[in-house]
Design a protein around this ligand. Sequence first.
Ligand SMILES: Cc1cc2nc3c(=O)[nH]c(=O)nc-3n(C[C@H](O)[C@H](O)[C@H](O)COP(=O)(O)O)c2cc1C
Length: 383
Amino acid sequence: MPTTAPPIDLTGSTFLEQLHDGLPAVDLTSPFQIGREGKQPVTIEGRIALAPMAGVSVQAFRRQGRRFGASVVFTEMVSISGLHYANERTRDVLRIATDEHPIAVQLFGTDPVLMHDAAQQVAEAGADMIDINMGCPVKKVSKTGAGCALLDDQDTAVAVAKACADATNLPVTVKIRRGMANGSMDFLELGPRLVEEAGVSALTLHPRSAKQMYTGFADHALTAMLVERVDVPVFASGDITDRVRAEAVMALTGAAGVMIGRAAQGNPWVVRDLSTGTAVEPEPEERVAELVRFVREVVRELGEHRATGFLRKFYGWYLRGAAFGKSTRRDLMECETPGDVEAYLLEHWPAARERLDHLEATVRYPDDTDRVIELPVSAYGGG
Ligand SMILES: Cc1cc2nc3c(=O)[nH]c(=O)nc-3n(C[C@H](O)[C@H](O)[C@H](O)COP(=O)(O)O)c2cc1C
């Protein structure tokens, strides 16, 4: 087995030339299962995973992603120490709605005992899978030995994953980067160890180094190498921006699924494109209606105070395109409350009201039948 391969440059246009007739046909809607012997298998009705993103993947984001066709969603990462020391104040923060399934709750940490305990809490909360973060390059996380630091400490990585897998009958998945340093091939050793020694049921590879953060491009030739080495499903994460790229990565790597992150920020329509093949640019009114609905749901979820700051980054993400312009985005940044944002948007795009009314009539809010568990939303970022 070679340990180097020519990179697939997904940042350029040339990757399309690498597609050839011999590649397997790709169906982004075909179902598959995650879960090995002794685990409660989870059926995933398609090949599109919505990425865990700290500061983004709140319940409103995940539910919207599912509504637009994501086959499985991930929560942002949650600290296992935070869970261990959880108090009343952290109660109610993470909810799993009935229409979010299948959902993986992502954990991070290094202590196998705390991981065991955290896994049981997550199982009780009704999650379908537990994902462990072994890729986050943010200092606040890696300096504790967690996130990407585990790429450099494989014995601890395996022990933590095993503690998680042994704790419940839920499938455990792990999300990794290629390694800490540029050019590292550590993932090729760690991936198989996580599967064989720890009992992990699926892997996600973001094929950048931790040092790279988000620069350069995701080298999915590495994803192809990992797929060859393990007999569990692998998700390909990194630079999946549209259906053509998603299909190309699936075909070129043999990955079981693709994971979409940044491209889906404020842009659920890209998820629809991946899941149904309808790449229709939404009307400005549709963008506004989805944004207002998102704002309302985030306010319900986080409360007005926390929602105000959390939502600011979404305004620019949603309101792309000539119809909006800089002044709109600036005005929204100056709004003091989410209610002011809503009033501003509906005043300037009155035609959005009809679409919004339709959303309100057809898309339910989470209710009392949804599970409420005590998990702190992480204060960290990146992965
Ligand atoms: C704002 C932000 C927060 C992220 N938080 C997490 C996280 O909590 N856990 C994780 O495993 N990855 C996290 N990631 C990494 C993404 O899941 C994904 O692997 C990465 O962004 C590459 O995919 P993309 O090119 O589709 O964005 C984060 C990425 C971003 C941009």
